[in-house]
Design a protein. Structure first.
Length: 246
């Protein structure tokens, strides 16, 4: 799901969505081109005042008074249920921005596709003169010993052919450029794969690349604080507190 507006600002992982998505889409993805992106990751500079803060101010202003159920609801509704108001009669929101795997959280019987109950699209670029980047995530396999069977398994998982059965079963996207999109067992997975294949720029999820004390703790606490108080400066200080002092 790649629209900017969420289901009236629900917060996944107790708060990280939609600010995480808004922040990543606005600054960590769309405004940070390859050179800036490398510096962000190497130096862990995700909250610079001159670049990050304007997006935080915009997000706070966008959600102030417009959150379905108020800030209390935004602080308590999980990601899995964030889109539900979209299917009310009449709908209480029209767009929901989430990862492609979120399709599994849609109400039972929901038809996704042209002419269905809902559909997906690539959100327009903020700068039409630049290539439109796509935000991505992924799972990684790691070996913790050099046992020959372990190495053989790692080699198999790295081979594009290992994903063919998963692709047919659904809920899997291959990272290989040469993967045949016709292998995917559902039209939905095939369409998402085609979006990835056509993207000129792909950026991996920003919060997933922050060091763990930030991505899983201080950034989350900062988002909750921003929803409670609207104070961007204090929220940034909380987010930054997860980094080592040295």
């Amino acid at each position: 799901m790649d629209s900017e507006q969420t289901a009236d600002s629900s917060t996944g992982r107790r708060g990280l969505t939609p600010l995480g998505a808004f922040f990543e889409r606005g600054r960590a993805v769309t405004r940070a081109w390859p050179e800036d992106r490398r510096r962000q990751l190497e130096e862990q500079v995700f909250f610079e005042e001159d670049q990050a803060w304007p997006y935080l101010w915009r997000f706070e202003a966008m959600t102030r008074g417009r959150t379905l159920g108020g800030s209390r609801a935004a602080l308590s509704i999980t990601t899995a249920r964030a889109q539900d108001p979209m299917f009310d009669t009449p709908p209480k929101c029209l767009l929901h921005r989430q990862a492609s795997f979120h399709v599994d959280n849609l109400p039972d019987g929901t038809v996704v596709g042209p002419g269905g109950d809902t559909d997906i699209f690539v959100f327009p670029a903020m700068d039409p003169s630049q290539p439109n980047p796509v935000l991505s995530g992924g799972d990684m396999a790691a070996a913790f010993n050099d046992d020959p069977d372990t190495i053989a398994l790692m080699g198999y998982l790295a081979d594009r052919r290992s994903g063919e059965a998963w692709a047919r079963a659904g809920g899997f996207l291959s990272p290989h450029d040469e993967f045949d999109v016709d292998i995917y067992g559902t039209d939905y997975d095939r369409r998402v794969a085609e979006i990835l294949a056509a993207a000129e720029i792909i950026r991996f999820d920003a919060s997933d690349q922050m060091i763990p004390p930030v991505g899983t703790r201080s950034f989350l606490e900062a988002v909750l604080h921003l929803f409670r108080t609207g104070d961007v400066r204090e929220s940034v200080e909380i987010a930054q507190s997860g980094y080592p002092n040295d």
